[in-house]
Write a protein that binds this ligand. Structure first.
Ligand SMILES: NC(=O)c1ccc[n+]([C@@H]2O[C@H](COP(=O)([O-])OP(=O)(O)OC[C@H]3O[C@@H](n4cnc5c(N)ncnc54)[C@H](O)[C@@H]3O)[C@@H](O)[C@H]2O)c1
Ligand SMILES: O=P(O)(O)OC[C@H](O)CO
Length: 958
């Protein structure tokens, strides 16, 4: 998203504006063109600039005395018209400059002020250029360059010149070079990493002991690791042994030498951590280096790596003198290949058309300063690769990345003819000439034909976008949209916005909406409905509120669909008062609007409010529909209002809605969740034609109510009905067979899952693993686990607890240790599960180690973790630690009190246990069976049972 917003000049050609002259006003600083007064997008990174007058100028009518009269604009060719046009352009430019100044004056500088030291790893051309850039921003800041070459180090310190890479450029005096990693890294606030990709892993492993775990790493390196196919965002944390090492990638079109000469440059920083991206923006941005930010780390990294391979291809074409037509065709094809692979890997299409994608491709493919292009040029002229590389003293990342790209293309099943040809040429398996011949005879791409035919028919285009979006082929939909160069009307935009929204790409929806608005395209009620859904998906309330203002201004507020979407947006974002206000101010209140309000309350668990709204509909004589009834029944389930639910059921008897599948299934759910399994059973038995979802609800409901026999009986009747158990049914039956200790059924259900192809579903696999672990067969759980092609954190946690439950502590710990190697981050449940394993064996040292891990890695210490830590320390006899955790607990539930009582009792401190029980009583914490058991066991341990008439005590107390 950020890429599109900040890079109008690159994106604009893809989205032709209906009023051509507007595009000619190109702003000097990036993120101008796509901002409108009501849309300071809260979803882009901070600092958010004030609204841009340039965009406002392009949409809103100019003030009367400044704007060209219609007459004058009609005479554009004449002298008067020319003067007016120039005047309008001048005014627009002045507004733009004012806006830019006001933004700059508001830009924060506290990061720079706070920064005392920056370390740069790698003293090559880019490391040196960036070191010089950062150092020149603040003379009092220390910039430490960690270099390998002793001569380079001495030259930098003694003459302020990098004798090897920039012998003619003086470096700022606050740059200090060192060959000692310890000295370089000591006290650094930020780290710029400029070591070539292939050497990064070993280099970082070598210095990892000096790296602070919170030091943010800004990666400047562009490439993929050849054997592992990893990007820098994977290499750095892994090599440093810290999955949480803060990471940012800096990329975009930037030759080191031009940075060194302070020529204007624009780059992108991308990080998952928006605050960090914003901090790096502040640290690096300067009058000659514009930094925009993005959250699309994958897109920025993959584009930066792949453009180097494409640049080699461009160089080959140049070296073979194949001409400009060939060059354009090859680079265009290469861009598509990069887009195909990157989007499959999760990159956003907009990143690929932005600075770090198209921008860097243009620079590297077409400018002779590029080392990758130079390698290609020399290959194309007939030189051998070895000879070329031996003669270069700088890295050309594309050479090793080429091999990795092809492996990635195979992994993601993407055809990449141009980039594959480069890899084969580099491997000396194909000559450049043969490669060109092969490429020229590739079959025509069907999509090209479709696009050409489509371009004249926006109706067909809209239908196609819709179809692709519904089939979850959103990249294809975008391709059609992108290809409709001449016929992008409002319906087409709406279809694409809706398509993004339907596929969960809410940021892209918002982005298109902003573009649509800025270009003055007609906004329709459907546009607003989709965009409000996008706001609720992304929970971007501020943006939603601005859309709200906009739709009021445009007079869409009374529109029933828009109004319902608005209420839905506020409801899903948890702003229930705002949702209520929308309901109250609506001029026409159809049942859809009421339903939206009821559903908002139910999903926030305000069941009584939901039921009150329902009562209001009845007082207003509004007829409820199936959705109302389902929502009301869900409200009853939330607070176990069985009688109210039964009342709704009674009223339904005479209504046709009773026969609606959704209503019936909601009734069954309500009965099950309120614990009335008999009523649910009666209702279920009334009809024969339930679908598998309702069977699943019944089976799960029986399991929730611990009626495992009934669950299994029902399951046995399911298949003779010709229904195929789905994942939910299989998971429920697996859990029932574990609870019943009915392993034969467990084997059957496992066999069925394998046959039906659901055994790789993480939900099903997790349930089967739990079943085997509970039945004392952790090795079978392990086999399922290791066979899973995709593992989410829930299955990792199941495996940890499965091993732990069976006393296999080492296996539990080693499973935990592997989580981060698979790109996931252990969560509080991982820690809880592991601590439970440790507690059962009273392995204190391991428990302490896990506690340390949790603190160091800031894993959330929720109630589960606190209870697990308490349990571990108490069982291991470290009562002081247990007490200190207990004292600091935010919420001491009965489980925590029981743990303390048991812990003290077991270690012979019976009076302390009884004291805690007294305290519990004083604080009005309700004891449960386990409390009394703990107490009895404590007293018996210290032979106090006779002294204390416990039974009497308990009776008197409660
Ligand atoms: N030069 C540019 O214009 C530019 C621009 C943007 C990004 N980049 C990227 O920055 C990265 C570095 O490029 P560069 O231009 O500085 O390269 P370079 O060849 O000029 O310098 C590479 C540096 O890495 C060091 N190095 C090499 N092998 C090492 C090892 N095994 N251990 C430790 N250090 C080692 C070298 O000593 C040298 O200091 C590359 O990934 C490149 O794609 C370069
Ligand atoms: O000289 P190259 O080919 O490594 O390219 C340098 C930068 O990546 C250009 O952005």
């Amino acid at each position: 998203m950020a890429a599109l917003l900040v890079e109008p000049s690159l994106v604009a050609p893809l989205f032709p504006s209906p009023a051509a002259p507007r595009r000619n006003i190109s702003p000097p600083e990036g993120n101008l063109g796509f901002r409108l007064k009501p849309f300071p997008l809260s979803v882009v990174s901070q600092p958010v600039p004030p609204p841009c007058p340039c965009s406002a100028g392009t949409l809103d009518p100019e003030p009367a005395e400044e704007s060209p009269t219609p007459n004058a604009s009609a005479k554009v060719g004449g002298r008067e018209g020319g003067r007016d046009r120039r005047r309008a352009v001048r005014i627009a430019w002045e507004k733009l400059v004012r806006w830019s100044r006001s933004w700059r004056s508001k830009a924060k500088s506290d990061v720079l002020e706070r920064t005392k030291k920056v370390v740069v790893l790698g003293g090559g051309s880019f490391g040196t250029a960036m070191a010089a850039h950062v150092a020149s921003k603040k003379a009092e800041m220390e910039v430490a360059m960690l270099v390998r070459d002793v001569d380079v180090c001495r030259a930098i310190n003694e003459t302020h010149l990098n004798s090897k890479y920039f012998p003619e450029h003086n470096l700022p005096e606050n740059i200090i070079a060192t060959t000692s990693a310890k000295d370089a890294l000591l006290g650094a606030d930020y780290c710029l990493h400029a070591v070539p990709v292939q050497f990064s892993s070993s280099f970082l492993q070598g210095i990892s002991q000096h790296v602070d775990r919170n030091l943010p790493f800004i990666s400047l390196s562009k490439g993929l690791e050849l054997n592992t196919l990893r990007t820098m965002s994977q290499i750095i944390p892994h090599a440093l042994g810290n999955p949480r090492q803060p990471f940012i990638v800096l990329s975009g079109p930037s030759f080191a030498v031009e940075l060194m000469k302070k020529l204007p440059t624009a780059m992108v920083v991308a990080s998952k951590d928006k605050k960090l991206a914003s901090a790096i923006q502040q640290l690096l941005a300067s009058p000659h280096l514009r930094i925009s930010s993005s959250s699309d780390v994958t897109g920025v990294e993959i584009a930066g790596a792949l453009k180097n391979v494409l640049a080699i291809a461009a160089g080959i074409v140049e070296g073979m003198n194949l001409g400009n037509n060939c060059m354009a065709a090859l680079v265009a094809q290469g861009c598509s290949e990069i887009r195909w692979l990157a989007t499959k890997m999760g990159a956003k299409p907009t990143t690929l058309t932005g600075l770090s994608g198209s921008g860097d491709i243009m620079l590297t493919c077409f400018v002779n300063l590029s080392r990758n292009r130079t390698v290609g040029l020399r290959l194309g002229s007939g030189e051998k690769l070895d000879h070329i590389l031996n003669s270069m003293d700088q890295v050309a990342e594309g050479v090793s990345t080429a091999g990795a790209v092809i492996a990635l293309a195979q992994k993601y099943n993407v055809k990449m003819p141009v980039l594959t040809a480069v890899a084969r040429i580099i491997d000396n398996e194909l000559t450049p000439k043969k490669a060109v011949l092969e490429l020229m005879s590739l079959p025509q791409v069907h999509a090209f034909l479709v696009r050409n035919a489509l371009d004249s028919d926006s109706f067909l285009g809209t239908a196609l976008i819709d179809m692709y979006a519904k089939c979850r082929q959103v990249t294809e939909a975008y391709r059609v949209f992108h290809g409709m160069v001449h016929n992008k009307n409002a319906s087409l935009w709406n279809a694409m916005i809706g398509g993004f929204c339907r596929n969960g790409l809410w940021e892209e929806s918002l982005e298109l909406f902003v573009l649509m608005k800025n270009w003055g395209l007609e906004l329709q009620s459907t546009t607003f409905s989709s965009i409000l859904v996008a706001c609720s998906t992304g929970k971007v309330v501020t943006f939603g509120e601005e859309v709200h203002c906009c739709l009021i201004k445009l007079g869409f507020e009374p529109h029933p669909y828009v109004c319902t979407s608005l209420l839905g947006m506020y409801g899903k974002c948890g702003l229930l008062d705002e949702a209520r206000r929308v309901l109250e101010s609506a001029t026409s209140k159809g049942i859809e609007l009421w339903n939206s309000m009821i559903s908002a309350y139910v999903s926030s668990s305000y069941a009584l409010d939901a039921l009150n709204v329902y009562k209001q509909t009845r007082l207003s004589n509004i007829r409820s529909d199936c959705i109302t009834i389902s929502n009301v029944l869900s409200a009853c389930s939330v607070i176990s209002l069985l009688d109210f639910g039964k009342g709704v059921h009674g009223e339904l008897i005479k209504r046709p809605e009773l026969h609606n599948m959704m209503v019936q299934s909601s009734l069954i759910n309500m009965y099950m969740k309120c614990g009335s399994t008999e009523d649910a059973g009666l209702l279920f038995n009334l009809t024969e034609d339930w679908d598998v979802i309702v069977w699943g609800s019944m089976i799960a409901g029986y399991c929730q109510n611990k009626k495992y026999d009934c669950a299994v009986n029902l399951f046995n009747k399911l298949r003779p009905k010709g229904l195929k158990p789905d994942s939910a049914v299989i998971a429920s039956v697996a859990s029932a067979s574990a609870s019943l200790g009915f392993l034969v059924l467990g084997y059957q259900i496992h066999g069925f899952a394998i046959k039906s192809g659901t055994s790789f579903d993480v939900f099903v696999a997790g349930a089967l693993m739990d079943m085997y672990a509970k039945c004392g067969l952790p090795q079978l759980a392990g086999i399922i686990f290791s066979g899973l092609p995709y593992k989410n954190i829930v299955v990792w946690n199941s495996m940890i607890s499965g091993y732990g439950r069976n006393g296999l502590l080492d296996e539990s710990i080693s499973t935990f240790a592997q989580i981060s190697q698979h790109g996931l981050v252990p969560d509080s449940i991982s820690i809880t599960s592991l601590l439970a394993s440790v507690s059962s064996l009273a392995a204190l040292e391991k428990g302490k180690m896990i506690h340390g891990y949790q603190i160091r890695n800031e894993v959330i210490c929720d109630g589960h973790v606190e209870n697990a830590l308490l349990d571990m320390y108490m069982k291991c006899g470290l009562l002081k630690y247990g007490q200190s955790i207990f004292d600091r607990m935010h919420l001491r539930n009965t489980v925590a009190w029981n743990t303390m009582i048991t812990g003290y009792g077991h270690h012979g401190y019976c009076l302390k246990a009884i004291g805690l029980f007294e305290e519990m009583k004083r604080l009005r914490v309700l004891p449960d069976d386990a409390t009394f058991l703990s107490l009895i066991s404590s007293c018996s341990h210290s032979e106090l049972i006779g002294t204390w008439n416990l039974e009497k005590l308990l009776l008197v107390t409660f």
